[in-house]
Write a protein that binds this ligand. Structure first.
Ligand code: ADP
Length: 271
């Protein structure tokens, strides 16, 4: 009996090991799949403007005696595509930088009220073009330990999206609050909203609900991925609440005091 028991136990242990091995393989496969998908997305996104530039340049080359206005028009289109290519490359570089460790953060005491007000001031002329009002509402004076340059980029992306995916004459409201542990920023807009089924996916790289609209407004589909990375680097969290045709609210929560990962047994990112 004893021998049999050892034998059975051995089997169940082997099964346990093999199960966890399979789980690990499954996880590795998932990482590999998402890496492959990313590389194929990057190639596709980078190729699109180049293809347009090639078509535009070829058709100019094929015509004899191109009238000056036509020539200029084609050249302007080529410049738009070059700008777009540049934007994608810049966003990709930003994303690659964010993928590195938390040690990359340049932490200082940041006046969050001033930072948010500056962002709105900078974006007001752009919003005014579509008659969109930018409002700031602050419930507290907040100073937090964070990376000002990165957080500035994260919140700029959210406000820019509030403007881009809005309706003419709409508004974007940024509100700031805090408790003893965290500060909270809400970016609410009166825009087109995001259907429920896409709300998780918008944080993925290159994901866009409406490709044509995103492209029209100069979007690369990387803004929210960058924003989320920056917030996670600060051990913060981001979520979206939205209703189609009514608008969206992005809620961000960030600790007031930065705790370096690895100290105190390590602090895990919250999602
Ligand atoms: P993009 O460069 O396309 O704006 P983002 O990563 O910033 O890329 O956003 C991904 C997608 O999420 C957008 O293409 C858009 O479909 C959707 N989205 C983001 N913010 C908003 C918003 N405030 N209102 C409606 N849709 C939004």
């Amino acid at each position: 009996h004893f021998d049999e028991e050892i034998h059975l136990r051995g089997f169940s242990e082997i099964r346990l090991i093999s199960d966890s091995f399979n789980t690990m393989l499954g996880k590795m496969q998932k990482v590999e799949n998402s890496r492959q998908e990313f590389v194929s997305n990057v190639s596709h996104e980078l190729k699109t403007p180049i293809t347009s530039i090639k078509v535009l340049a070829d058709s100019l080359n094929m015509q004899e005696n191109v009238p000056n206005e036509v020539y200029k028009e084609f050249m302007q289109d080529i410049v738009v595509e070059i700008d777009r290519e540049n934007q994608i490359i810049n966003d990709l570089l930003a994303l690659v930088k964010m993928d590195k460790s938390v040690a990359e953060l340049n932490i200082s005491a940041v006046n969050v009220n001033d930072m948010l007000e500056m962002i709105l001031k900078r974006l007001r002329p752009i919003a005014a073009k579509r008659n969109i009002e930018l409002v700031f509402e602050s419930f507290r004076q907040v100073t937090a330990e964070c990376d000002e340059v990165k957080l500035n980029l994260a919140f700029t992306n959210l406000v820019e999206n509030g403007i881009k995916y809005n309706v003419a004459g709409g508004w974007v409201k940024v509100s700031l609050d805090a408790d003893h542990k965290y500060f909270y920023v809400k970016v609410t807009d009166s825009g087109i909203g995001i259907p429920k089924e896409y709300q998780d996916q918008i944080f993925e790289r290159f994901y866009r609900v409406d490709k044509a609209r995103s492209r029209e407004t100069g979007g690369t589909g990387l803004g929210l991925a960058i924003t989320k990375n920056i917030i996670l680097m600060h051990n913060g969290a981001i979520k979206v609440l939205s209703k189609e045709d009514e608008g969206s609210t992005f809620v961000v929560r960030i600790p007031l005091r930065h705790i370096q990962e690895g100290l105190n047994g390590g602090v895990k990112n919250e999602k």
